[in-house]
Design a protein around this ligand. Structure first.
Ligand code: ADP
Ligand code: MG
Length: 460
């Protein structure tokens, strides 16, 4: 019976506060005992950290819903933590345990890390190299900085922070640094990690009492490449852990490289001391490539596929992706695939047949998240970082919900993608926003006219 009630409870919580909370925190705990006399439910967490986290944030939620599910008014929830030796460290504040010098890290671990690193542990993509990166005015600074860092890690720009829009080559450059370093110094311990995965690793470290291993792994690195650091925003505990890892590596002159879709100062929900560190070294940006660069990229990518394309054809394909190299590549791949499948030569006519229809569609649908966010932000006088923040001020929440509504209505992107773009929100939040705005349109003429004029502005 407990199991059923617990499952119902998780379902309700998932709807109410999102599946992230359930997956990360609630699945770590279990009902330990139900005391009928005192109407108390004892819940056991794997360690003090999880216990305190849940207790401070979700006690009311537990008591409210479990009270209903157990049909018991005034139900009390008491959280316990498993007592174990390894629980001890997390009991202390993270700040006090992290800087504590680890006892001499064994050579085996270091060796293991190097081995894993060089056999794909870092998930370095072997095709993302400096040689396969086309340099143009939009990315030459970022490229030069990345090269300098790969030549002399930890010396020139530390950290290096590369920011720019989606699909413009940030991830490519991070991998290129890693690949170049490993080529020159095969023993160098390089780790490429997305901030997202870093957050999960940290949480799992805490949940499964592997925190020291987690710490140790990072403190042992020679080079740390963190992609999409903006996803660490609003994750206070992870930021704290990361702050200390950063300090350790930086003090030891180990190279750290970040990428982000925005400038460090504009990342909301970031502790000030971490934010300032992100800007300590060199901050450089990548812009949208001009036509010449796009043509050069297309020719290079075609060569990778063993094909030659001329300037005219490259220019023709380039017009289908105005700003994003990932889309550019997508168009090229479609043309190459079609030619190969139908055994035809790659000509302008063929490209037109493959992409022509898309162009008409693109004319009416060439709407992306950035465009929608820009128009919504301008209308409501907010910035993108406000939309992505956790601030729930009424007007801001409305702007955010309208943005979600328009993104769902005007693009064919998934709920998950919309949620991710607007500050890592759960897909159920997007559905909720969509429904709310749709209902609002029926009964609120002001909202209706605002949304209509926004749609027109976005389509223009
Ligand atoms: P971001 O991380 O900025 O979103 P990526 O690094 O994932 O973008 O790039 C998207 C795709 O575009 C990748 O396949 C990458 O190789 C390619 N790309 C981007 N910029 C360039 C460039 N200047 N030269 C060659 N390929 C590029
Ligand atoms: Mg990327």
């Amino acid at each position: 019976m407990f199991a059923d009630i617990w499952q119902d409870f998780l379902t309700i919580v998932r709807e109410e506060v999102g599946s992230r909370v359930v997956e990360t925190w609630l699945k770590a705990v279990a009902v330990q005992q139900w005391d009928l006399d005192s109407k108390t439910l004892y819940i056991e967490a794997p360690n003090t950290f999880v216990k305190e986290w849940i207790q401070s944030r979700y006690t009311k939620l537990f008591e409210h819903h479990l009270g209903r599910l157990f049909n018991t008014a005034g139900l009390k929830v008491v959280f316990l933590s498993k007592v174990s030796q390894s629980d001890q460290p997390v009991k202390d504040s993270l700040a006090t345990i992290i800087p504590a010098k680890l006892s001499n890290v064994s050579h085996e671990i270091k060796h293991e890390l190097v081995r894993k690193t060089n056999t794909g542990y870092t998930r370095l993509n072997p095709t993302y190299k400096f040689d396969s990166f086309v340099v143009g005015p939009s990315n030459s600074l970022a490229y030069a900085a990345a090269r300098a860092v790969a030549d002399e890690p930890g010396r020139l720009y530390n950290p290096l922070f590369i920011y720019g829009g989606s699909g413009l080559g940030k991830t490519h450059l991070l991998h290129a640094i890693g690949n170049a370093l490993l080529e020159k110094h095969p023993k160098c311990v390089v780790l490429y990690q997305t901030a997202d995965r870093f957050v999960n690793e940290f949480i799992n470290g805490i949940r499964f009492n592997k925190f020291h291993e987690f710490q140790q792994k990072y403190r042992e690195l020679d080079v740390l490449l963190i992609d999409d650091i903006q996803f660490i925003s609003n994750k206070e505990q992870t930021q704290e852990a990361f702050f200390h890892i950063f300090n350790t590596l930086h003090e030891a002159h180990k190279q750290i490289v970040f990428s982000s879709d925005i400038f460090p100062r504009h990342i909301t929900g970031l502790a000030e001391r971490l934010r300032s560190r992100l800007e300590w070294g060199l901050v450089t940006d990548i812009h949208k490539p001009p036509l010449e660069t796009k043509i050069a990229i297309l020719k290079k990518k075609a060569a990778v596929h063993g094909e030659m394309i001329d300037d005219a054809l490259a220019e023709y394909i380039a017009q289908y992706a105005e700003s994003n190299v990932r889309e550019l590549e997508g168009s090229l791949v479609r043309v190459l695939a079609f030619a190969s499948l139908t055994k035809q030569p790659i000509t302008l006519e063929l490209a037109h047949r493959v992409l022509g229809g898309q162009k008409v569609e693109r004319k009416t649908h060439k709407i992306d998240f950035t465009k929608i966010a820009e128009v919504v932000c301008e209308h409501y006088s907010y910035r993108l970082t406000d939309l992505r923040s956790n601030n729930r001020a009424k007007e801001l929440s409305l702007a955010r919900q309208v943005a979600m509504y328009l993104m769902k209505k005007m693009t064919d992107k998934s709920l998950r993608e919309i949620g991710t773009f607007l500050g890592r929100r759960d897909h159920s939040t997007v559905i909720h926003a969509f429904d709310k705005v749709q209902k609002g349109l029926e009964c609120d003429p002001a909202l209706k006219s605002a949304v209509q004029s926004l749609e027109e502005a976005i389509s223009r």
